[in-house]
Structures are given as C-alpha cells and as structure tokens.
Design a protein around this ligand. Structure first.
Ligand SMILES: NC(=O)c1ccc[n+]([C@@H]2O[C@H](COP(=O)([O-])OP(=O)(O)OC[C@H]3O[C@@H](n4cnc5c(N)ncnc54)[C@H](O)[C@@H]3O)[C@@H](O)[C@H]2O)c1
Ligand SMILES: O=C(O)C(=O)C[C@@H](O)[C@H](O)[C@H](O)COP(=O)(O)O
Ligand SMILES: [Zn+2]
Length: 382
C-alpha cells in the first residue's frame, strides 16, 4: 500500500454476510467504499482485474477504480459498453468475453462489474462462462443494483424470446455498494430502483413497507436512510438466497411483480427510453396487488395503498403509462408464456393476501389472467 492509501480513513460500512458455504461472500454498504475497492479486492488474492462498465458510468468512476486496484498491485483493463437494457445481448456477451480473454484474465483473477444491473448481469454471465468460470466482484452503481441485482448470483442476457432467458447462477466473491455513487444517478433511475426496495416490504416485511412510506424522501436525498434501505434490502434478499439459491422454491417470491413487468419489457423491446426494468416492476407490483384483490385474495385497500405509495415517488402503476403502448392482451399473455416460472405450460404468479403476505400461486388459470388484463385495459369499475 502506498503512503496516500495508508492515510485514507476507512469508510464506515454496514456488512451483510451471505453465508453460502464455499460460495459465501460479504456485501459492504456505505459512502466512500469505491476509494477502498483496491484494498478490499486485493484481499481476494487476484493479480489482474477486467473492469466491465458502461459509457455513462465509466467516465465517472472507472479511472478511480483502476487507480485503486493498481495501487494495490493488480493489473487492470477496462471495457465500456453502451448503456441500456439492449446491452444485455449475445453481441455484448461476445465483446465482454473477448475483452476478458484479451486482458489475459486467468482463473485466479477477477472480472469487476462497475455499473447498474445491466453491467452486473452481463459481466457476471461472462465471468461464469469465460474459462468455464472466473471469479467476479460487483460494484453496483444504481439503487436497483445495490438493493437487488448485485446480490444472489443470477446473471444473464435477454433473448428475443424473453427476459433473462440465457444465463447462469454465478455468485460474486464480494459486493461493494458505495451509496455515494448514487448522487450522480438520474432521478428516473433512482425511482426505478426504489420499486425493488418496496418489493421487499411487500413480499414479507410489512414493517419495512411502513418504513418506506415514512422515509423514502431520505433515501432519495442521500441521508442515512439510503444506507439503511440498501442494507435492509440486501439482508432480505440474502436471507431468501441462502434458503433457496437456485429458485427451487421460495426464491420465486423475489419475482413479485415480475411476471407482468418482464412481459412489458419484452413488449417494449428492451428499449430503456420507453421502459426500464424497475418501472416494469412498479407496474407489475401494482398489478399483482390488483390481480390478488380481483381474485378475492387481498383487500382492495391494500392494493390502493401500494399504488398510492408507488405513485407518490413518481413511479408508473398502470399499463396506460407505458410510453408507446403495451400491445394487446394476447401480446402480454404470449410474453408471459416464456416466464421461467412456467411449469408444464401453466403460469405461476406471485400473489398476495395483503402487504407483506406474498405466496407462490401455481396453475393460475389463463382465463382469470385474461379477464384481469382485459379489465385493466377497459376498467369495468371507475
Ligand atoms: N440479477 C438479478 O438478480 C437482477 C435483479 C434485478 C434486476 N436485474 C436486472 O438489472 C437490470 C436493470 O438494472 P439497472 O436498473 O441498474 O439499470 P442499468 O444498468 O441500465 O442502469 C441504469 C442507467 O443508469 C446509468 N448509471 C448507472 N449508474 C450510474 C451512476 N452512479 N451515475 C449516473 N448514471 C448511472 C446507466 O448508465 C444506465 O443508463 C435489468 O436488466 C434487470 O433485469 C437483475
Ligand atoms: O434474484 C431473484 O431471484 C429475483 O427474482 C430478483 C429480480 O428482481 C430480478 O429482476 C431477477 O433478475 C429476475 O429473475 P428471473 O429469473 O425472473 O429472470
Ligand atoms: Zn427485478
């Protein structure tokens, strides 16, 4: 360590362990962690790191990360991809794999994902397949990636057939969530990530949903509430992942809102200008509650409360808010048919009995879904 690095005060961080046996790792959450990335990543024992980022994040943070790694003895190479959901593609996967190989990243070395969920999912998948698997570190730079995509090891790309249909489970070796990096995040992306924060309250933690209603402004403003929200979301996600790493059961609960949301992302052709993942999830969360209410499973008051909170932070909650339209009911049903939770051709939804009371509903009759979607388009009630 050089003198300057030795004098740097350590950032105060909250550590969330993910105890997954021989794939265990820590998530560190706090302001200023990027400055410590070199020291913390060097402790993993690699000699080189390929930094994967995008063309928005790279100019802001990649040089600082590379300098920190090099001061700690790691050789680095950086690849920056175009920003946006369309980058989760076969073509980008090839680019990243080739760049990692060109950088002579060996099995003991690392891929470091510096960016949002797009970069994390893509770089993580490249790490899973290059040399049949190299280790990777997540440095998430969006709220969404800090609270969700950097944790749990789902990596992958989209296909013309649907969202995330090509991928692998590959756990990171370390997650560094520097919440100060969110200060440069556009408001639209803060809102989108916040949909996944609220999701944890809706799944099984009503007290956290209450907390969100009271504290969301602090999360957006960058006060201590932001670190709390990120850390609590990571604790919730880690607990589910440790119970069911490969989604044989309970992990599907993390998909609340996603059967609807992923269908909308496919219909809008992964065009981030129209709809980003978190916006699809926000509409999907509101729909999961309205659908549950329509099936008589949950109080309409809960559905209204969820919709009111999402709308208060500026998130969309209705199909009519998808820019450029959402197609027909059949388009939505067709997109849903490729959902990874489909079993024997039957749809699986995550439904709710109330706020914080989600459950996995297998074999939801397609007629009920069709009737619900029809009603969403032409409401039978005001
Ligand atoms: N693997 C998982 O478990 C998991 C979980 C949730 C979502 N996802 C995936 O994550 C993706 C969405 O991720 P996202 O919402 O982070 O989107 P993103 O990666 O597209 O990032 C959003 C935008 O913010 C920009 N950006 C990122 N960090 C910035 C910063 N600090 N300052 C300024 N600009 C910044 C990016 O360049 C991009 O334009 C989707 O593909 C979704 O499917 C995966
Ligand atoms: O980690 C999980 O499991 C999730 O479902 C988290 C979701 O927020 C995320 O969008 C995930 O990528 C969706 O997974 P998929 O298997 O439905 O593609
Ligand atoms: Zn998601």
């Amino acid at each position: 360590m050089n003198g300057a690095a030795a004098r740097m005060p350590e950032a105060s961080a909250i550590t969330v362990p993910v105890p997954l046996g021989d794939r265990a790792y820590d998530i560190h959450v706090g302001r200023g962690l990027l400055g410590e990335a070199g020291r913390r990543i060097a402790a993993l024992g690699a000699r080189a790191a390929a930094i994967v980022t995008d063309e928005n994040v790279g100019p802001l943070y990649a040089a600082a990360l590379a300098a920190s790694l090099e001061q700690n003895g790691l050789r680095t190479a950086t690849i920056a991809l175009p920003p946006g959901e369309a980058t989760k593609s076969y073509a980008s996967l090839e680019r990243v794999c080739d760049a990692v190989l060109a950088a002579k990243i060996e099995r003991g070395d690392l891929v470091v994902a510096l960016g949002g969920g797009v970069v994390g999912d893509l770089a993580g998948f490249a790490a899973a397949v290059v040399r049949r698997g190299v280790r990777f570190v997540q440095i998430p730079t969006t709220l969404l990636s800090q609270v969700d995509s950097s944790v749990g090891g789902k990596t992958g790309i989209n296909s013309r057939h649907g969202k995330n249909l090509v991928g692998a489970f590959h756990q990171p070796s370390l997650v560094l969530a520097d919440t100060g990096l969110l200060d440069s995040l556009p408001l639209r992306e803060m809102r989108a990530g916040y949909a996944e924060v609220v999701k944890y309250g809706l799944i099984d933690d009503p007290a956290f949903f209450d907390w969100c209603e009271k504290n969301w402004r602090g999360v957006f403003a960058g006060g201590p509430e932001r670190d709390e929200a990120v850390a609590q979301s990571c604790r919730s996600k880690a607990a589910v992942v440790v119970r069911d790493e490969r989604e044989d059961g309970d992990r599907a609960l993390l998909n609340l809102g996603h059967t609807f949301g992923h269908a909308l992302e496919r219909i809008t052709r992964y065009d981030s200008a129209r709809l980003v993942h978190g916006e699809g999830v926000a509409i999907g969360l509101a729909q999961a509650f309205r659908f549950s209410a329509a099936l008589g499973l949950c109080d309409e008051a809960d559905a209204r409360r969820v919709e009111a909170h999402l709308a208060a932070v500026g998130l969309p909650t209705r199909l009519s808010q998808v820019p450029g339209g959402y197609g027909t009911v059949d388009d939505i049903l067709e997109a849903m048919a490729q959902d990874k939770k489909v079993k024997g051709g039957a749809l699986t939804f995550i439904l709710v009995r109330g706020i914080g009371q989600s459950f996995i509903a297998r074999d939801v009759p397609v007629d009920r879904v069709r009737a619900f979607l029809q009603d969403e388009i032409t409401p039978s009630r005001p």
